[in-house]
Design a binder for this molecule. Structure first.
Ligand SMILES: Nc1ncnc2c1ncn2[C@@H]1O[C@H](COP(=O)(O)OP(=O)(O)OP(=O)(O)O)[C@@H](O)[C@H]1O
Length: 307
């Protein structure tokens, strides 16, 4: 991506009591993307987020937000961030709206019009005058996000926002985060230990294990479509052995249960199909077996947690 990153972590390291909790973590978050920070319990997600929002100092390395270092220009970096770390503090006996007005008093740039705008952005217009104690978890979450983006930050940081939400709630969260990205140009940095949730929400995901980034990958392409990570393709053909022979040398494959099995991504499947047809093989069907992010995650991390 050619745009300047909204957040840049460079060799971020945190040592506590002689133990390295975060070890040279580097990543960039770009404008408008939903970036997932995925790792098992105890891998260091919350510690990293605390450093990003200035709740904890760095041992070495640097974090810049909107081009400002949290080490040397903290107030300017902090202006660019909205965050929900731990549970959002809301007054349950007040309405959602009264809560927002209360928090807006702490920031002179937030007008009444802006409050109305953020309420609409998170889809709370119909219920904003209800007391918070009547809100579902998902609605409290929305109110927390509304509060966090009132001052128009460039980056919204959410620590485990999907905790307790059902799959429909997670999709809704994704939808309004996307809306925020589109309408306000906000980038979102979101942590989770659950892959299935990250797959629903994020454009890219960094995988953290024992304080180190072990992988960063795209889940969605630029147009928002899911990136296909095909592992294998099964070709139903009239002469599987001949088909394998026709592709020999360029694809790795084998014949099983009368079918030709190839290791291939989407483009390679299309190309292999063309070759087979050219070689006079009849292709009755092709089935692509995609590897889920979960399979990939377990491959790189194993299934154990870090604690
Ligand atoms: N202040 C501290 N002093 C000592 N160790 C700490 C401190 N804060 C965190 N740790 C340790 O650092 C590691 C990472 O903790 P952290 O809370 O960042 O992980 P996490 O990925 O957010 O996990 P979880 O999802 O369980 O919160 C853990 O082993 C934790 O025990």
């Amino acid at each position: 991506m050619s745009q300047a990153p909204v957040a840049r972590l460079q060799n971020v390291t945190k040592r506590i009591g002689g133990r390295t909790i975060i070890d040279r973590v580097s990543l960039d978050v770009y404008p408008g993307e939903v970036f997932g920070f995925l790792g098992p319990n105890g891998s260091g997600k919350t510690t990293t987020i605390r450093m990003m929002v200035g709740l904890m100092s760095l041992t070495s390395g640097d974090i810049s937000i909107g081009g400002h270092s949290v080490r040397t220009e903290y107030p300017r970096a902090a202006e660019q961030v909205g965050a929900i770390v731990e549970n959002p503090e809301m007054y349950k006996f007040l309405t959602g709206y009264q809560n927002l007005v209360h928090f807006a008093r702490m920031n002179s740039s937030v007008t009444k019009e802006r409050i109305d705008e953020v309420v609409k952005l998170v889809g709370l217009s119909g219920r904003i005058h209800d007391k918070v104690k009547k809100y579902s978890l998902g609605m409290r979450q929305r109110l927390g996000v509304a509060q966090a983006v009132m001052h128009r930050p460039k980056l919204l940081i959410l620590d485990e926002p999907t905790n307790g939400l059902d799959p429909a709630g997670i999709r809704e969260l994704r939808d309004y985060l996307r809306q925020l990205a589109r309408e306000e140009g906000i980038s979102v940095f979101v942590s989770s230990h659950l892959l299935s949730e990250m797959e629903l929400m994020c454009d890219r995901v960094a995988i953290l294990q024992k304080g180190q980034i072990i992988d960063i990958r795209s889940i969605r392409g630029q147009a928002g479509e899911a990136v296909q990570q095909t592992e294998e393709a099964l070709f139903d053909v009239d002469r599987p052995e001949a088909a394998l022979g026709a592709l020999q040398g360029e694809w790795s494959g084998y014949v099983a249960d009368g079918r030709l099995v190839l290791s291939a991504d989407r483009n390679a499947i299309a190309e292999a199909n063309r070759r087979l047809v050219e070689a006079g093989i009849r292709v009755y069907g092709i089935r692509a077996k995609t590897k889920s992010l979960e399979d990939q995650f377990l491959e790189v991390t194993g299934s154990e947690t870090n604690d």
